[in-house]
Design a protein around this ligand. Structure first.
Ligand code: GRG
Length: 290
């Protein structure tokens, strides 16, 4: 399937499913649900759920089975963005082109919407009628690892620590593997689990997701520098200006570009070791880092 057709067909299904799962009967906590819809609906590239569907299709799976887990993962991603924007974290006033949730409502509500989205994602997985018991358990284990104290939360913690003192190149890589790449890994794994893939295929998906996330983050740092150069005529990003190390601090601009090229090459190699073609997964992942 061509990428354009894939996006035209599946992005609307993701939007519709997200809307469906965030529709609740009238209740005293309606303001909480309305705030969740404000954050989740009508914005975001939906990279993680699209990765799940691309992976499911590439392994011959059924996208109807993969759609709910894909959306559960997007809810976890949205929770992380809401919490990341809070004054005690990255303190951002805008997200996805509109005021961040704590600016739209209040900090307490924003914290609770994040908490709700995280727990609701696990509720959806635990009760997904489309999944077998073993798929359900495997997905819950995978998401717990990727989002928790060995994954995204750990990455965010290391990121906060990195604001206090410079960190090594190795720790910089570890931080972003945990903070960004783990959820990409989880996205590919969800698709493969939904399709009933082998342990070997799952392990390869995990590795591809980690490399993809790292390359995506390095590109983000490169784009920050380019944008800042266009805006201020300076080759320094806002993170660097605040004394925070980025991949550019450690590798330099050209070195960072070389790292992306190296990771891209490794992803291409890993994609070729599945023993069968995975064209959609290959096209979608590689376009994210080109
Ligand atoms: C609060 C536990 C906790 C974690 C926050 C995701 C995250 C961790 C912070 C967001 C800040 C950031 C810029 C992270 C690195 C790259 C990234 C994950 C960007 C946002 O993802 P996109 O580009 O965003 O997929 P959209 O809005 O398209 O979904």
């Amino acid at each position: 399937m061509q990428l354009a057709l894939f996006e035209k067909s599946y992005l609307p299904l993701i939007e519709a499913k997200l809307k469906e799962v965030l529709t609740f009967p009238e209740s005293p906590q309606e303001k909480l649900f309305a705030a969740a819809r404000y954050s989740v609906l009508g914005g975001g590239k939906r990279l993680r759920p699209m990765l799940t569907l691309a992976s499911a299709i590439s392994f011959g799976g059924n996208t109807e089975i993969a759609l709910l887990p894909a959306c559960a993962l997007e809810l976890v991603h949205c929770y992380s963005l809401i919490h990341d924007d809070l004054p005690c974290m990255d303190d951002d006033d805008f997200r996805r082109g509109k005021p961040s949730l704590h600016k739209h409502t209040d900090e307490g509500t924003a914290v609770l919407v994040g908490d709700f989205l995280l727990t609701y994602a696990f509720d959806l997985l635990a009760n997904a009628p489309c999944l077998s018991d073993s798929q359900r358990i495997r997905m819950i284990q995978t998401l717990t690892h990727s989002a928790g104290g060995q994954g995204m939360v750990a990455g965010q913690f290391l990121d906060l620590e990195a604001e206090k003192a410079p960190i090594s190149k190795e720790l910089q890589r570890d931080l972003h593997s945990k903070k960004t790449a783990e959820l990409f890994s989880c996205a590919l794994l969800f698709g493969a689990i939904a399709a009933g893939s082998s342990e070997e295929e799952l392990e390869n998906c995990r590795k591809i997701g980690l490399k993809l996330g790292l390359a995506f983050q390095i590109l983000d740092d490169i784009l920050d520098i380019t944008a800042s150069e266009e805006k201020h005529g300076k080759k320094i990003s806002s993170d660097q200006a605040n004394g925070k190390s980025t991949f550019i601090t450690h590798y330099g601009l050209n070195g960072a570009k070389e790292e992306v090229a190296k990771l891209t090459h490794e992803i291409e190699h890993a994609l070729n070791t599945f023993g069968h073609e995975t064209p959609l997964m290959a096209d979608f992942t590689l376009r994210m880092i080109r």
